[in-house]
Design a protein around this ligand. Structure first.
Ligand SMILES: NC(=O)c1ccc[n+]([C@@H]2O[C@H](COP(=O)([O-])OP(=O)(O)OC[C@H]3O[C@@H](n4cnc5c(N)ncnc54)[C@H](OP(=O)(O)O)[C@@H]3O)[C@@H](O)[C@H]2O)c1
Length: 260
């Protein structure tokens, strides 16, 4: 398979997708904003026309910029449709607001942040342009020791200011499991929305304690805080139900209690 990965040069997830796909002997094309800024429709179309991928895993986004996250995804999907490439969009549990967990794929989206709203727009644009596309919603991505989440825990354990939300609950996923699932999805014909998250729902605080223990740090140095009490905007409990992914994928999505 000739696989194009946006965010594949510098992105945390994208680099893992590139590595996993290359190890499986796919022909991998890692691209970044220097190759084509996804906000530029013509540039994205020209890139896809030139590289002619069979499939495209779209990881690129900027959390605070809907032009990249939403409009950029629409441009990538339009190019995939125009040049006959299979489209895989990486989306997020933040399309939900925290009212009805664990969320199945059939739950209506109800984002409570601009980032969540941008992801909903991206999902709709992708499925409209490419009806056979798959939208893979995931959760906190970590596991190789180098994720922002793991680096944050190490800095908190070393005495940095701050705490970890006890009331924000999600389903963390191992970055390699997710990368393998995305490469599998690029090569199969699963269509529509699929929840591709880890098997264990937990708070950021519990996740932090597991990371600290794995890294030989004292979990008691970590302080629990509350997103609700501190009035930090964003969803609180957005655990995803990934039962369907376990049925349609051969990649197993471990829970954080297992991989940490
Ligand atoms: N990290 C998490 O815990 C998490 C949780 C849930 C969902 N997700 C989803 O997973 C995906 C990947 O997340 P990540 O943490 O791997 O992100 P990341 O490390 O921030 O990487 C994002 C990539 O987007 C590219 N990019 C930014 N602006 C661009 C533009 N205008 N045009 C083209 N490329 C651009 C960047 O590449 P350049 O350096 O080349 O600009 C960068 O490599 C995202 O879709 C995110 O919504 C992440």
């Amino acid at each position: 398979m000739r696989l194009l990965v946006t965010g594949g040069r510098t992105g945390y997830l994208g680099r893992h997708v590139v590595r996993v796909a290359a190890a499986a002997r796919h022909d991998v094309l890692a691209v970044g904003s220097a190759d084509a800024d996804v906000r530029d429709r013509a540039a994205v179309d020209a890139l896809v026309e030139r590289l002619r991928p069979d499939a495209l895993v779209h990881t690129a986004y900027v959390q605070a910029d809907p032009e990249v996250t939403a409009t950029g995804s629409a441009h990538v999907a339009a190019a995939a449709a125009a040049h006959g490439a299979r489209m895989v969009l990486v989306s997020s549990d933040v399309v939900f607001g925290g009212a009805d967990q664990p969320y199945p794929e059939t739950a209506p989206t109800d984002p409570v942040s601009p980032y969540g709203e941008a992801k909903v727009v991206a999902e709709r644009a992708v499925l409209a342009a490419c009806p056979a596309a798959v939208v893979a919603r995931t959760s906190l991505i970590l596991g190789d020791s180098d994720s922002p989440h793991e680096r944050l825990v190490r800095s908190l354990a070393a005495g940095a200011d701050g705490g970890l939300f006890e009331d924000e609950r999600r389903c963390p996923v191992h970055v390699v499991d997710l990368a393998e699932a995305l490469v599998e999805l690029a090569g199969n014909d699963v269509r529509g929305v699929l929840h591709v998250a880890g098997a264990d729902g937990m708070s950021r605080y519990e996740l932090g304690r597991l990371i600290a223990r794995r890294d030989g740090l004292d979990p008691e140095t970590l302080r629990p805080t509350s997103r609700v009490a501190l009035a930090v905007p964003g969803p609180v409990d957005v655990r995803l139900d990934s039962t369907l992914a376990a049925q349609v994928l051969s990649t197993r999505l471990r829970g954080a209690r297992e991989f940490l």
